[in-house]
Design a protein around this ligand. Structure first.
Ligand SMILES: NC(=O)c1ccc[n+]([C@@H]2O[C@H](COP(=O)([O-])OP(=O)(O)OC[C@H]3O[C@@H](n4cnc5c(N)ncnc54)[C@H](O)[C@@H]3O)[C@@H](O)[C@H]2O)c1
Length: 261
């Protein structure tokens, strides 16, 4: 499948987990990609894994929580690609704690990266996307936006915000040629969930030592034998960002192997 031939994509969080898997998937489908991440180590790993497509991959360090960093990165990405058709906002962090013991800085940091950071990248990318072809933005919500995840109040709030923002943006730009969708992953193996990422930025779920696991309604996917690999989300993101998703906007797709049905 070469759905991305001639398509130009910017992917944040491209140095680990689902973002990295999406970089590899879109490259494999013929796209030109700028992979952006706060972790130079993660981006190096992405370059190594994408060695066969080096001519269509550029990597860029960005801190999506920082307005000036985002401005510079999106400008560089757009100039490198000669425009922009697809934006994938996969960068994010997870922090878990008892809410009554959560410092204000911890709470606002999660919102600043996951929600404000996603807004900043979108805002800076919109002018280029308006001039793009079949433009599409894929945001990262989470099953925590719809199903109770204890000890993750800030994370759940940030992902609920991303999901609602996706709907608002879809309405605002539907008539101007940009689609906005979100994925709701759950039970996906990555730096965030099991420390298998390489970026060095992820801390794993970090649940409190005395967490009551009985509070999680369901933890295991109905499909398969446990967590799935990040490529199971990347394939859905690739569909949403391609012309195959051209009649989909303002909604989200849950990819959790049936953990939450
Ligand atoms: N793995 C799951 O089960 C799951 C479930 C729900 C949602 N998600 C979402 O999927 C997305 C990808 O996460 P993942 O599971 O692959 O985790 P991951 O930790 O492997 O990847 C996240 C990437 O984001 C980068 N990042 C973090 N802060 C950044 C910043 N300020 N600026 C730029 N880059 C930054 C990290 O360096 C890392 O490379 C996240 O938005 C996450 O919230 C994952």
């Amino acid at each position: 499948m070469n759905r991305y031939e001639g398509r130009r994509a910017l992917i944040t969080g491209g140095g680990s987990g689902i973002g990295q898997a999406t970089v590899l998937r879109i490259l494999a489908e013929g796209g030109s990609v700028v992979a952006a991440d706060v972790s130079e180590r993660g981006l190096r790993d992405t370059r190594e894994k994408a060695a066969g497509h080096a001519d269509r991959l550029t990597t860029l360090v960005v801190d999506i929580a920082d307005e000036s960093s985002v401005r510079a990165a999106v400008a560089t990405a757009t100039a490198t690609l000669g425009g922009l058709d697809v934006l994938v906002n996969a960068a994010g962090i997870l922090r878990s704690s008892h809410t009554h013991l959560t410092a204000l800085e911890e709470f606002t940091r999660v919102l600043q990266v996951n929600l404000v950071g996603t807004f900043l990248v979108i805002r800076e990318a919109i002018p280029a996307l308006l001039a793009g072809r079949d433009a599409a933005v894929v945001n990262f919500s989470s099953t925590s936006a719809a199903f109770a995840h204890p000890y993750m109040a800030a994370y759940a709030a940030s992902k609920g915000g991303v999901q609602s923002m996706t709907h608002a943006l879809a309405a605002e730009y539907a008539g101007r040629g940009i689609r906005f969708t979100a994925v709701q992953p759950g039970s996906i193996s990555s730096g965030m969930t099991d420390g298998s990422g390489v970026s060095g930025q992820s801390q794993g779920p970090g649940l409190p030592a005395d967490a009551d696991m009985g509070l999680f309604a369901k933890l295991s996917p109905a499909l398969g034998r446990g967590f799935a690999g990040p490529e199971t989300v990347a394939s859905v993101v690739a569909m949403l960002g391609s012309r195959d998703g051209r009649f989909i906007t303002g909604t989200e797709i849950r990819i959790d192997g049936g953990t939450h049905f």
